[in-house]
Each structure stands twice: as C-alpha cells, then as structure tokens.
Design a protein. Structure first.
Lengths: 138, 138
DNA sequence: TTATACCCTATCGGATTAGTAGACTTTACA
DNA sequence: TGTAAAGTCTACTAATCCGATAGGGTATAA
C-alpha cells in the first residue's frame, strides 16, 4: 500500500512543477488545490525541503518552490524519502537492508528470490519515472 | 511491505509441496520447521483451507495437506487471499477496486497511471510464479 | 477412552498512520 | 514599527492493523 504521505508528496511536487513561474506557493494553496490536510502536508513538504528538493520562504508572499527541475526528480527518490524502502521485505532492500528476524537463512528462504524479482521490476519503473513524466502522462 | 502472514503462508505451502508424500502434516511440524508461531500459522492455514488450497484431517495422524498441485498454485492467488490487493492504491486494484477517498478525480490524479504501471508489472510476476517455481529457484 | 490435532472466538500490546493543536519565528508591507 | 502572513517545531491523539496469545470446543485414530 502506498501511504497518503507519499501520494500527497508526489501530488504536491507535480502541482508545483506544473506552474509556469517557480515562485513560492503557500502550503494552504497546495493543500486546498490537491485536497490535502494542510497540517499534514506541512510535515511532508518539510521532509522534501530537508532532502533538498524544495526551498521555502517565510513570511508574507512566502511558500514552497522547487529547487530541482521536474525531470531531475525521480519517483524512486521521493518514494524512499517519504515511504521508505521500495522492497517488500527488508532482506532484499538495497538502501535499507536488514535481516528478516523471522528468517534463519536467506539462501534457503523460499520467498527471498521472488521478492528480489518484484523489487527489480518496481525499481525499474520508479527509477525511470520523473515528476515530469507524471505530468506528461496525466 | 509483505506481511508475515503472506510470507508464512508461502513458506508453509512450499514446505508441504516439497514433501515426497502428500500426507497430512501437523501444524506443529510446519511451524517448527519454518520457524513460525504455531497459533498464528493455524489461522493462516485455515484461510488457505477455506480458499480450497489445503485439506485437513483432524485427530491423531491428522494435519494439513495440499489439494492442488504445486504448479497449479499461483503466488497471485495466495497473495490475494492472505495479503489482499496487489495494487498499491485501491483505485487501481482489479479485484478489490475502491475509489480513493482523498482523490476527487482519478482521471486527473497524477499518481494513478504510475500505480497502474506498477500493478501490471507486479501482477505479471505473481501470476506467472507458482509454488513449484519457488521451489525450483530456491 | 484418551491423546492428538484441527477449529473457533476473543483479546492484547505495540507499532504505524493520518491528522490536530498550539506556540514560535521570520518576513513583507502598510 | 506594528501586524498579518507564512513556514518551523514539538507534542499529542484517535484509529487502525499486525502479529501473537489464550483457551476452550470438536473430531478422530488407536
């Protein structure tokens, strides 16, 4: 399941990318347009800012704006920041590897290889899709 | 994330499929061999029985056994029974479709098409992988 | 008749998710 | 210089889900 957090994050990014000018947009505007709880969106945008994708400006006339071009922002990156690992099981995660604590041995685990396959496929999509692609296709 | 439920379910099925004879195997044996909480496994096997994949025999010498051949059990089916929808978002689920309650319009949703793509890819893997495949590859 | 093993219901603690509240800081502008 | 607009930060909450557990009930082989 995709969390709302990630979904909202992607929506907010595409919203910003679709604008003509890259001027600060208040959270309230994004929240209203995209039908997102404003307070929740605050924390999401903050994460994206700390990760270097968004800039912000305080005070009147302030808001959030993109720091990168839409075609430079991969879905995979956004997903990892907001959602976490792309793999369905920690023991096949590239960026968040962890041994499954219920599994004595990965080599003999019947699910392991299957999950690697799923990971590779999903990864291929997420790595090859940018915010720009999302805008074009939709 | 893949739940333990599904993971355990797949492990239990492969365990049964790997045996020479298709004779009833007590839950306790499967649980111990595969390192699974026995009580939890009970409910999982019960679900698989009700779905028609396993048969059971009560009393001494009883246990669970496969009702289908290993190459007739698709991962996709097991997944749907134990985990639920394969899609990451309800609005692109084939078997569990539901409108996303936060999304006013699917047609203009920026995430929708992306998630269809992910679903199709994952589905392809799960539909084309059987318990037998899992055994062979591992 | 007894031990074995599945069947069923209920419950529980912990984690996570989505959202809320409220105080604080920075800034534009009248 | 005061005020309203806007982001920042911390804390809290309600709801849900997950994995596991408890315990009694029922069927059956020996």
């Amino acid at each position: 399941m995709l969390s709302r957090k990630t979904k909202y994050g992607l929506k907010a990014l595409t919203f910003l990318a679709k604008r003509e000018e890259n001027e600060p947009v208040p959270i309230s505007v994004i929240a209203e347009s995209e039908n997102i709880s404003q307070k929740f969106l605050e924390s999401i945008l903050l994460s994206m800012r700390k990760a270097g994708y968004l800039g912000s400006k305080k005070g009147k006339g302030g808001g959030y704006y993109l720091l990168k071009e839409a075609d430079e922002i991969k879905v995979a990156e956004v997903y990892r920041i907001l959602e976490g690992p792309i793999a369905m099981v920690p023991c096949v995660s590239l960026n968040f590897y962890e041994k499954c604590d219920d599994c004595p041995d990965e080599a003999t685990c019947s699910v392991h290889k299957l999950m690697i396959q799923v990971r590779d496929n999903t990864l291929k999509i997420f790595e090859n899709t940018t915010i720009e692609d999302i805008i074009i296709r939709a």
